[in-house]
Design a protein around this ligand. Structure first.
Ligand SMILES: [Cu+2]
Length: 422
């Protein structure tokens, strides 16, 4: 049942992605990745990406780009979706092989292999890329989840200048040879494909030679089936049987010879390394009961594009705290009284002045009730409002609290969102 559901989700995500791509192609306004195509509930309740930084944003071919940031898989991961706790791989979303990955780490562990992450825990990652093709790319961190597909993180535009012909991609193998990965094995690959294509075409041509007088391919197979084993000879001639046997013999011999040739030229090989590696989560600064947040009523007023949530916050830190940011579905809603954060490019999802807090700052050692009103057009343009029409209108996101000395604490908040149409 679970796989069936997953399959239908994957299909629906795939469908949304295709539609998003078509819309992008037709509108031609941007070459982003259909970020808002996924269901709002999925975007809000899966990956909490934050502190995403990509630098430098202008490089020439061969230069490095470093993606860093943190993520906290949502504690409210949808039950109908394959979980990040099973199998996941940290990836990068760009249209095509425009960069190569030099290295990637999560909490210091190399991410060459797949892993799994615990819900509600904190992880910090770093991905080092090397620019390969000149162009203008929207670069995202991506979490590829087995059974659920990719979940994309926040993006920045990166410009690559120069000439692809100058791109250097050499590595030293375990045997000590230096090879160019851009061209290594290319002629053998093209040669083998061409060779087997010729054999395949000759095989098909042989069976199609009598297509005017007798059935071929599937109709012939059906005809042979109908006649049964005893009478199959009425259709299959001795010559055809001989050609079939001869072809099998030739192919098996060729495969054997190519194995020996490869063994001769490349005597030492190891299989492509895949597998699973564990990653320890980091400590969240808000853990150990420092901050406790209880979510009360949450409403979304459709005409005002405003989300209003009641929070009961207990502050066990030594200083007063104020809410500076609410981050959900890769959008950063900012309280301009606390933080000054402006969008860095037109596709950077930052609403610089979108939070109003009804209530005072949360004093140390006290529990206060505040209302966080988050109001911005991004709710609409990023299609988070579709949450209202979901059978499960459940929101989630991270709130960031700041004290006067600049310390930051974050916690995931989640709950049922009730729409208001007036
Ligand atoms: Cu994008």
């Amino acid at each position: 049942m679970k796989t069936l559901k997953n399959r239908s989700i994957r299909r629906s995500l795939g469908f949304h992605y295709i539609i998003a791509c078509l819309v992008l192609i037709i509108s031609g306004e941007s070459f982003a990745h259909g970020e808002k195509a996924q269901q709002a509930g999925l975007r809000m309740r899966t990956m909490n990406w934050f502190d995403t930084e990509i630098s430098p944003r202008t490089v020439s071919v061969n230069e490095q780009v470093i993606i860093t940031g943190k993520f906290m898989p949502s504690k409210h991961w949808p039950k109908h979706m394959a979980s990040i706790e099973e199998m996941a791989f940290l990836n990068v979303g760009v249209p095509g092989p425009k960069f190569i990955r030099v290295s990637s780490h999560v909490n210091g562990t190399p991410m060459i292999r797949s892993t799994s992450f615990e819900l509600g825990k904190l992880y910090e990652y770093e991905i080092v890329l090397k620019a390969r093709s000149p162009g203008h790319y929207h670069v995202h961190p991506v979490m590829s989840i087995k059974g659920a597909g990719p979940i994309i993180g926040p993006a920045f535009w990166v410009d690559v200048t120069g000439n692809q012909a100058d791109f250097v991609n050499t590595v030293t193998t375990l045997n000590g040879d230096t090879i160019d990965l851009e061209t290594y094995g290319l002629s053998a690959s093209i040669g083998l494909h061409a060779f087997w294509t010729v054999i395949a075409l000759a095989w098909i041509a042989f069976w199609l030679r009598n297509m005017r007088t007798s059935p071929v391919i599937m109709p012939r197979f059906i005809a042979v089936q109908k006649l049964g084993k005893e009478r199959a000879d009425e259709i299959i001639t001795t010559r055809e049987s001989l050609v079939g046997m001869f072809t099998v013999a030739i192919i098996v011999t060729l495969i054997g010879i190519s194995y020996l040739v490869t063994e001769h030229f490349v005597p030492r090989t190891i299989p492509l390394q895949t597998g699973w590696i564990p990653v320890e989560p980091m400590e969240n600064p808000a853990e150990n009961e420092k901050i406790k947040v209880k979510v009360g009523n949450a409403t979304y007023r459709i005409p005002g594009r405003s989300f209003d949530v009641q929070l009961t916050i207990t502050n066990n830190t030594p200083e007063p705290l104020r809410i500076g940011e609410f981050a959900t579905a890769n959008i950063r809603f900012i309280n301009s009284d606390v933080l000054d954060i402006q969008p860095e490019d037109p596709d950077h999802l930052v609403a610089s002045d979108s939070i109003e807090i009804l209530g005072d700052s949360i004093q140390p050692g006290k529990t206060s009730v505040v209302n966080m009103v988050v109001e911005d057009a991004l709710w609409e343009t990023q299609r988070l409002t579709s949450l209202v029409y979901d059978p499960d209108s459940f929101f989630a996101g991270l709130i960031f609290l700041y004290d006067e000395t600049g310390n930051r604490y974050y916690q995931e908040i989640a709950g049922i969102m009730i729409p208001s149409f007036i």
